[in-house]
Write a protein that binds this ligand. Structure first.
Ligand SMILES: [Fe+2]
Ligand SMILES: [Fe+2]
Length: 458
C-alpha cells in the first residue's frame, strides 16, 4: 500500500482558476499535490492520471464551453471523485444550478473561503484514510463528564498550533479531563472529520435518552444553520439581473425568516438566554458562522433586556455583512489596526455594498431591519461609519446588532487565538465605552442594562 504521507499520491486536478482563486490552491496544497492542466475538454478526455486524483477543481470555462459539458466530461473520466467549481466572479453564480449541472459543490470567493479550506482538508483526510487529519470543532455543551465517548477528542493548542489528544474512543471522560477542557477557555473540543459521524450519532442518542427537544446537539444546530445560511447566500450573490425580480427578492426574505424561525428565535429563550448564549459562543471564525452568531446573540440580547424587535435583529444579523463579498479576503482577515488607510476605506464600504445588494436583489425588508444593517458600524459618540450618526439617531436594533457583532468578534476562536469568555468580553466592551466616552460605541445606559443581566463570572 502507498505511504499515506507521500503527498504526490494524493493529487488534486485543477484547471481554469482565476487570479484570485489560483493562489488559494498553493496555500492549501503542497506543490507535489497540484496537477494543473489546461481547460481543454478534448485533452481532458484523453488524460490518464495515475493514481487518479483525489478531487477535481474547475474554474469558469473558456468561451464556447459550458459548465454542463465540463461536468459531463469530467464525470465520464472520474466517476467517484468529487468535482468542485471555484470562482471569484459573481455573475451567473448560482450554486444550485451549478450543482444540477453535475458539480459536487460550487464556491464563491471570498465569502466561501473557510468552506473551501474545510472541504479540501476533509477530502484529503478521507482519501488518506485519516493519515492527513482534518478536525471539526464540536461544542463542549454537547459532552458531559463521566460519559463513554464514541470518538477521540482533541484540544487545539494555539501556541504551537497543534491538536493534542484528550481522550480515546471508548474512554470514559473523567471529571479531571472534562475540567481541563472547560478551563482551556475554549467552549469546544475537536473531533477528526472521519469520526464526526460517530459524534452525531452519539449526541443524537444521548438527546433521545434525555428526551430533549428535537434531538439536535448544539454543534449540529450550528452546522445546520450555517448550511442554511450558505444556501441562502448563494441565491443572493448572483450578479445577473435577469434573476433579480421582486418575486425572487421575496423568496430570499422568506428563506431568511425560515432560518430565523427554525434556528434562532424560540419561545422559551427569555429565561435561558444566558445558557443559550454560552452554548453559542466559541465557534470558529467564518463568514457564515459570523452571520449566524450575530443573529443568535442579537436575538438573545434583545430578549434578555426586552429592547428592540428580536425577530428583526435576527434577520438583520443574517445579512448584515453580505457586502463583505465585495471586499478582498486579505483585507477582511487583517485586524483594523493593520489595514492601510485605503484598505480601511475599502473595508468600510461593505455597509453600502450590503445595501446595494439588498436593493439589487429587490429584497423588501422591514424598515428597522434595513436601518439596523445600515447603522451597525455607527457609534453612539458619532465616530462610526458610514454616516457618523450619533446618539438616539441610531436605532435600538442597530445598537443591539452592533453589540452582537463586537461580541462575536471577541468570543469566536480564531487559529492561534484562544476564546475570550462571554463575561470578560462584555466587561471589556463596557469599560472601553466607559473610559473612552469621546469614541464610545454604545449608549452607556443600554450597557448598564446588560450589566444587570450578565451574571458575574466566578
Ligand atoms: Fe460589518
Ligand atoms: Fe459583522
Amino acid at each position: 500500500m502507498a505511504d499515506p504521507k507521500d503527498l504526490s499520491q494524493f493529487r488534486v486536478l485543477i484547471t481554469g482558476l482565476d487570479a484570485v482563486c489560483r493562489p488559494l490552491i498553493d496555500h492549501l496544497l503542497a506543490k507535489e499535490q497540484i496537477l494543473e492542466v489546461s481547460y481543454d475538454l478534448e485533452k481532458l478526455m484523453e488524460l490518464e492520471v495515475s493514481p487518479p486524483p483525489v478531487m477535481l477543481i474547475f474554474g469558469p470555462p473558456p468561451e464556447g464551453v459550458s459548465l454542463n459539458e465540463t461536468a459531463q466530461v469530467a464525470r465520464m473520466q472520474y466517476q467517484t471523485q468529487p468535482i468542485y467549481f471555484l470562482t471569484s466572479i459573481r455573475t451567473n453564480f448560482n450554486r444550485k444550478d451549478i450543482q444540477k449541472n453535475g458539480f459536487t459543490d460550487a464556491f464563491l470567493i471570498p465569502i466561501d473561503l473557510d468552506t473551501v479550506k474545510q472541504t479540501v482538508k476533509d477530502e484529503l483526510s478521507k482519501a488518506t484514510k485519516g493519515a492527513i487529519r482534518s478536525y471539526r470543532q464540536v461544542q463542549l455543551v454537547d459532552i458531559r463528564p463521566n460519559e463513554t465517548l464514541a470518538f477521540d477528542t482533541y484540544m487545539y493548542m494555539p501556541v504551537n498550533k497543534k491538536h493534542i489528544k484528550m481522550s480515546v474512543s471508548g474512554d470514559d471522560l473523567d471529571q479531571s479531563q472534562y475540567e481541563k477542557m472547560t478551563k482551556s477557555q475554549m467552549n469546544s473540543v475537536h473531533v477528526t472529520s472521519d469520526q464526526i459521524q460517530n459524534f452525531y450519532e452519539f449526541t443524537a442518542q444521548k438527546l433521545v435518552g434525555l428526551q430533549k427537544g428535537d434531538g439536535l446537539s448544539e454543534t449540529e444546530r450550528k452546522e445546520r444553520m450555517t448550511g442554511a445560511i450558505r444556501n441562502l447566500m448563494s441565491s443572493v450573490f448572483n450578479d445577473s439581473s435577469s434573476d433579480a425580480t421582486i418575486d425572487a427578492g421575496r423568496s430570499i426574505v422568506t428563506d431568511c425568516q425560515e432560518i430565523v424561525k427554525t434556528f434562532i428565535v424560540s419561545a422559551d429563550e427569555k429565561n435561558k438566554w444566558y445558557e443559550k448564549m454560552l452554548a453559542a459562543t466559541g465557534a470558529e471564525s467564518g463568514s457564515y458562522n459570523h452571520a449566524g452568531n450575530v443573529a443568535t446573540f442579537g436575538t438573545l440580547f434583545s430578549l434578555a433586556v426586552g429592547l428592540g424587535k428580536a425577530d428583526d435583529i435576527a434577520l438583520a444579523g443574517l445579512i448584515h455583512d453580505m457586502g463583505l463579498a465585495d471586499v478582498p479576503a486579505d483585507i477582511q482577515t487583517k485586524e483594523e489596526s493593520q489595514r492601510t488607510k485605503e484598505e480601511e476605506e475599502q473595508y468600510r464600504k461593505h455597509v453600502d455594498h450590503t445595501l446595494s445588494i439588498i436593493k439589487f436583489r429587490k429584497m423588501i425588508l422591514p424598515d428597522s431591519v434595513t436601518k439596523a444593517i445600515a447603522q451597525h458600524h455607527e457609534r453612539w459618540s458619532g465616530t462610526g461609519y458610514p454616516r457618523g450618526l450619533a446618539g438616539s439617531r441610531i436605532t435600538i436594533e442597530a445598537q443591539i446588532l452592533a453589540l452582537a457583532n463586537i461580541f462575536d468578534h471577541l468570543t469566536m476562536t480564531k487559529e492561534g487565538k484562544a476564546r475570550m469568555s462571554p463575561a470578560k468580553a462584555f466587561k471589556l466592551i463596557y469599560e472601553e465605552n466607559l473610559n473612552h466616552s469621546s469614541t464610545a460605541s454604545f449608549d452607556l445606559e443600554l450597557l448598564k442594562k446588560f450589566l444587570v443581566v450578565f451574571p458575574e463570572e466566578s
